[in-house]
Design a protein around this ligand. Structure first.
Ligand SMILES: Cc1ncc(COP(=O)(O)O)c(C=O)c1O
Length: 375
């Protein structure tokens, strides 16, 4: 069968490229002419600028969001024999980061309306081994940090925010990443702030954690050939930092564009009764990394949209804890009913800075047409 012509792509990174390519090219030449390729001034400047954006004191650039999580738990001395509470509905890397540190993720089901960790169920995950909680600000919206802080304080737990999908988002005017002991971000290209390759950044307000994390990302080394801790090689390249500094200036505008696109989607899709649309909130409260609806017969709808040329995604089609790679966690089908229902019903519609109203209208009319025939 011939592939249909793409009418609406799921995302379009070429818009950012075309907007900024002169600046990217100048940065590329400038780094090439310097001797400072790994870490270096551009990384330091990006770390400072990103930390400032988050309202945090320190930023530590690393090679990926997964490494950021791994090192965050290592810096908190959380490892073998320790447990960390996470949502059952998240990207697999949240669990991987914890497991790389040697600790065990303990899952909690999510709220069916927000898709975020269900704070009413936190107590049930608590054991004498619980050391931390890792809320995930999924799809661009922050978790209920008041409840999470209250719970963490009551049980003496560290908080590591996985803000990989929430660059620039806020909770009650506090920025994602700055509310816990440590905040971690992926800088994967498709994120709200993404490098032109892999990258990640950790933020914290704690000076001693900052120092530890700087060592851990660089062979456990403070100075060359002195290794006070056992670290790894997980650094952000100067080149990626230079690109990220250029993109960082656009983050707020791009987040607003995402929010505006979500607003248009919500107003158009409200006439389709059988779809559940996300809460809009304000442009600070929801930065719409993804625009995720809920529907019955999701796979059929996705397939029919693809036949028309509308690309969609599923984040995520299968709860990660049911995958063989996570059998050691000993969860099975039925462990987290909300997460499992969501995995069957969620559909991510195209959203990116620069998506046009016409494209959104194509998605809307296509969905309307498909749904009326299904009814
Ligand atoms: C919620 C979440 N956590 C962690 C990660 C891992 O980030 P990375 O792909 O940069 O390792 C991602 C991104 O892919 C993510 O979405």
């Amino acid at each position: 069968m011939n592939q249909p012509t793409t009418k609406v792509p799921f995302m379009d990174l070429s818009i950012q490229w075309n907007q900024l390519k002169e600046e990217f090219t100048a940065a590329f030449h400038s780094i090439g002419e310097q001797n400072s390729i790994i870490l270096g001034d551009e990384v330091t400047l990006f770390e400072q600028e990103f930390a400032t954006l988050c309202g945090a004191s320190y930023g530590i650039g690393v090679a990926s969001g997964t490494d950021a999580l791994h090192l965050a738990f290592r810096a908190l001395n959380i490892g073998s024999g320790d447990e960390v509470i996470i949502p059952a509905h998240t990207f697999v890397a949240t669990a991987i980061g914890i497991m790389l540190a040697g600790a065990k993720p303990i899952l909690v089901d999510v709220d069916p309306d927000t898709f975020l960790i269900d704070t009413a169920k936190l107590e049930s995950a608590l054991t004498k081994r619980t050391r931390a909680i890792c809320p995930v600000h999924l799809y661009g919206r922050c978790c209920d940090m008041d409840k999470i802080e209250e719970f963490a304080q009551a049980h003496n737990l560290a908080i590591v925010e996985d803000a990989s999908q929430a660059h620039g988002a806020s909770w009650n005017e506090r920025k994602a990443g700055s509310m816990g002991d440590i905040g971690v971000f992926s800088l994967y290209p498709a994120k709200n702030l993404g490098a032109l390759g892999d990258g990640g950044i950790i933020v914290t307000n704690d000076e001693s954690l900052n120092k530890k994390l700087r060592c851990l990302r660089n062979y456990g080394s403070e100075q060359k050939y002195s290794h006070p801790s056992f670290g790894i090689n997980s650094r952000l390249d100067s080149l990626q930092a230079a690109f990220l500094r250029i993109k960082l200036k656009k983050l707020s505008e791009w987040n607003q564009m995402r929010h505006q696109a979500a607003k248009i989607y919500n107003s158009k899709l409200k006439s389709i009764e059988s779809l559940i649309t996300p809460d809009l909130l304000t442009s600070e409260e929801n930065v719409f990394h993804l625009y995720v609806i809920r529907c019955q017969q999701r796979n059929l709808i996705k397939q029919k949209l693809a036949e028309i040329g509308v690309q969609t995604g599923i984040h995520y089609p299968k709860p990660f804890y049911l995958e063989p790679g996570f059998s050691s966690l000993e969860y099975g089908v039925g462990s987290f009913p909300v997460a499992e229902t969501l995995a069957q019903q969620i559909l991510s519609l195209p959203i990116y800075p620069g998506i046009t109203t016409d494209s959104i209208e194509i998605v809307h009319t296509s969905l309307k047409d498909i749904m009326s025939k299904l009814a």
